[in-house]
Design a protein around this ligand. Structure first.
Ligand SMILES: N[C@@H](CCC(=O)N[C@@H](CS)C(=O)NCC(=O)O)C(=O)O
Ligand SMILES: [Zn+2]
Ligand SMILES: [Zn+2]
Length: 191
């Protein structure tokens, strides 16, 4: 298959640096780039096939990880940011000029509240946590990928050592279900 899953996946994963302590992300504008400074590494970094996550051109998947909101600061040209969909769980803040998503923030009551979603390929530095799994794989079909090719996509992820899921990974789905169970009173609130 000649198509790109994502540049950080296509040629095998490059293991991150356990001591990575942050770096800067930039949008794709030629000048007056939006700059975001992260003061830590990302966690739960993963490929996402959903239609809402930002993908580099030509890639079938996004690569997106999370970082606590207090470790993310917009450090230049924040006036160019706008929120793509204010009603979405993840408010994706994108550059109005080039369209790149700089960060996605959860502002409503949600199991991942307090975390921002970011794309480390926007950084000029290396060593960020490498992708840990592939999520929302079947979602690429909704965006026009022929269903006959989907198992070949899963196989390519497995070849680079990534497990594939059609929602999030089991540990993240368990976190969401635990949050929901506490909220609806089926689980004790202290667990
Ligand atoms: N099949 C849907 C899945 C969308 C979806 O549920 N995306 C996940 C992974 S990013 C999510 O948590 N979305 C919340 C949001 O976008 O606010 C699509 O491709 O649009
Ligand atoms: Zn831009
Ligand atoms: Zn997504």
């Amino acid at each position: 298959m000649g198509t790109s899953l994502h540049p950080l996946v296509d040629n095998g994963l490059k293991k991150g640096d356990a001591n990575k302590s942050g770096g800067k992300l930039y949008c794709h504008c030629a000048s007056n780039k939006v700059e975001v400074t992260l003061t830590g590494d990302v966690a739960h970094n993963h490929a996402c096939g959903c239609s809402k996550c930002w993908k580099p051109s030509g890639a079938l998947f996004s690569v997106v990880g999370v970082i606590p909101v207090d470790q993310l600061h917009v450090t230049a040209n924040g006036n160019k940011l706008h929120i793509i969909d204010k009603s979405a769980a993840i408010q994706r803040n994108a550059c109005k000029e080039c369209g790149v998503h700089l960060f996605g923030r959860i502002v409503t009551e949600h199991p991942f509240k307090g975390l921002d979603f970011v794309h480390v390929e926007l950084s000029d530095s290396e060593g960020w946590q490498e992708p840990q799994f592939a999520a929302f794989v079947s979602s690429i079909i909704e965006q026009g990928f022929e269903p006959e090719g989907i198992d070949a996509v899963r196989k390519r992820f497995k070849e680079v050592g990534l497990e594939t899921y059609d929602v999030l990974s089991p540990p993240l789905m368990d976190l969401i279900a635990t949050f929901t169970g506490k909220k609806n009173g089926k689980l004790p609130s202290k667990l």
